[in-house]
Design a protein around this ligand. Structure first.
Ligand SMILES: *Cc1c(COP(=O)(O)O)cnc(C)c1O
Length: 303
């Protein structure tokens, strides 16, 4: 697979003597966007090969994971069930409309019930309703996530960079990027969630379960979440707008916008030295932007 890399011409990075390139995972597939393509690759291959071609997973109304899974499962002839947080609304989100139109069975549960998503008793209840299934955790970071996400490096020469920076939800993608990184490349994750100290533990656990020795040389920015998951600050909205003006490339505010904001702050703090070659990962998620445009616009225009 060939993944394009764009050289970004952003004045604030040029003035600091920092080279910033963008890895366009958002372009690899129209529906299975960005990192989700890599996350689902082996997870679904395992399901296809099994005796039980049914997969169940979890997500919210705008979940990139649910959206990608619905399409990929249909393509592979796998039955997909999406357990969705919250009551079924009268008008489904665009994301869930897509998923349903691709044949995913949507099962809505209350927020309280949703919290039991890893609970064996709750999963047994779901088995009672749907029959046996392969469970893919929320966000799609199952046991094969590292196998898939380390393959992102097959698409470009990572030795041309000093830093690689990518967004973290569950940390599965970052775990793959850590597992596959060449020596000397520093991998930086940016948490989309508030209070995400757990990412260090979870990522180390994913590495060890995949029998990968932690190579070190990675860190997570825990303070660029702008108030929490899917929260937008005015600074974030303005940064994304600036990015679009100079590059013509859109980011979304949940993950990739926060990566850009975090890189700007690192540059301001002198954490990216002059001459640094930085690769920012555009991990996709543009379908979710459909649910965020109004909120973004409000920050830009005050209306
Ligand atoms: C799901 C998602 C992430 C987070 O991936 P994890 O493997 O859960 O850390 C990052 N960026 C985008 C655009 C996503 O959709």
């Amino acid at each position: 697979m060939n993944i394009p890399i764009d050289r970004l011409v952003l004045p604030e990075f040029q003035q600091a003597g920092v080279v910033l390139d963008l890895l366009r995972l958002d372009l690899i597939h129209p529906q299975v966007s960005g990192n989700k393509w890599f996350k689902l690759k082996y997870a679904l291959a395992d399901v296809v090969r099994s005796e039980c071609p049914r997969v169940l997973s979890f997500g919210g109304a705008w979940s990139n994971h649910i959206h990608a899974l619905a399409w990929a499962a249909r393509e592979q002839g796998v039955e997909a069930i999406g357990v969705i947080r919250g009551e079924r609304p009268v008008d489904l989100s665009e994301t869930l409309k897509d998923a349903e139109s691709w044949g995913m069975r949507l099962h809505f549960v209350s927020r309280g019930q949703y919290r039991n998503k890893t609970d064996e008793r709750f999963l047994d209840e779901l088995r009672g309703l749907f029959g046996g299934f392969h469970l893919l955790p929320e966000g799609g970071s199952g046991p094969r996530v590292i196998d898939g996400c380390r393959e992102i490096y097959q698409a470009f020469d990572a030795r041309a960079y000093d830093y690689l920076c990518s967004a973290c939800g569950t940390g599965g993608t970052l775990a793959g990027l850590i597992a596959g990184k060449p020596e000397g490349l520093k991998v930086i994750g940016v948490s989309a969630l508030k209070g995400a100290e757990f990412l260090y533990r979870d990522i180390r656990q994913m590495l060890s379960r995949a029998d990968v020795k932690d190579p070190g040389g990675w860190q997570i920015q825990l303070n660029d979440h702008e108030g929490g998951y899917a929260r937008i600050s005015q600074e974030l909205a303005l940064a994304m707008d600036h990015f679009y003006r100079y590059s013509g490339i859109e980011l979304e505010p949940v993950y990739t916008g926060k990566v850009y904001l975090s890189l700007r702050r690192m540059r301001d703090n002198g954490e990216l030295p002059c001459g640094a070659r930085v690769l920012m990962v555009h991990s996709g998620g543009m379908q979710g932007l459909r649910g965020m445009r109004a909120a973004l616009q409000k920050h830009l225009t005050g209306r």
